[in-house]
Design a protein around this ligand. Sequence first.
Ligand code: AP5
Length: 215
Amino acid sequence: MPLAPPMHRIVFLGPPGAGKGTQAAELAKVLGIPHISTGDLLRAAVAQHTPLGIEADGYMRAGKLVPDDLVLRMLQERLRSPDARSGYLLDGFPRTLVQAEALTGFAPIDRVVSFEIPESVLMERLTQRRSCPNCGAVYNLVTQPPRVAGTCDKCGGTLVGRPDDRPEPVYTRLQTYHRQTAPLLEHYARLGLLSRIDAQGSREAVSERIRKAVA
Ligand code: AP5
């Protein structure tokens, strides 16, 4: 009988701008599992003016976390999709101990990868980030510029800066990360699930470190 492929149920944790989304998109493709970013799901809800999006918008613009109950409901629904049956890569979830404890009840995790990076590098990455509101592709004006300035290589959409990449929300997001999300590192270390990786350097170098961590 053929062996079942290994199951990958992975969490990416790290401060804003650490490169989680960039690396998650690539690794999910390699492993054939869905890349589930709660930030992307919330931005889609905001763009579509759903009741969730309308409620989440103010929190996101200010760089604050969206309340746990809203995010948990959204994620549980996403994980019920058939594509999540053979694994998933959670990008930006969980972000609080309440979320981490709830997750244990509905979705097992095999590995948590923590992106470790100095704040000065994060600030530079966030101020130079541009993304495509049409297809979600992410660029960087310094390290990964689009072929034509201001235009998405993939779909031709007009690139924009995220409203929460302005200095004030970035400051709040960093504070929020240290206060509410960083304690999860200790939580997952105790469970023996945590791998810390150096998130500085080229995308290829970071990707190689992550692949070793999840192998
Ligand atoms: P979310 O979208 O998850 O934002 P974040 O965690 O702050 O992370 P970012 O998307 O800013 O950064 P990233 O680490 O993905 O970096 P990226 O790969 O883009 O959340 C947004 C908001 O939604 C939250 O503030 C909150 O309000 C809400 N939210 C989401 N999840 C929630 C939850 N679970 N609970 C409650 N609220 C929630 O890279 C950044 C830049 O660097 C890019 O320009 C990229 O091209 C560049 N880059 C990437 N890698 C490299 C490299 N190796 N070298 C050079 N440049 C690089």
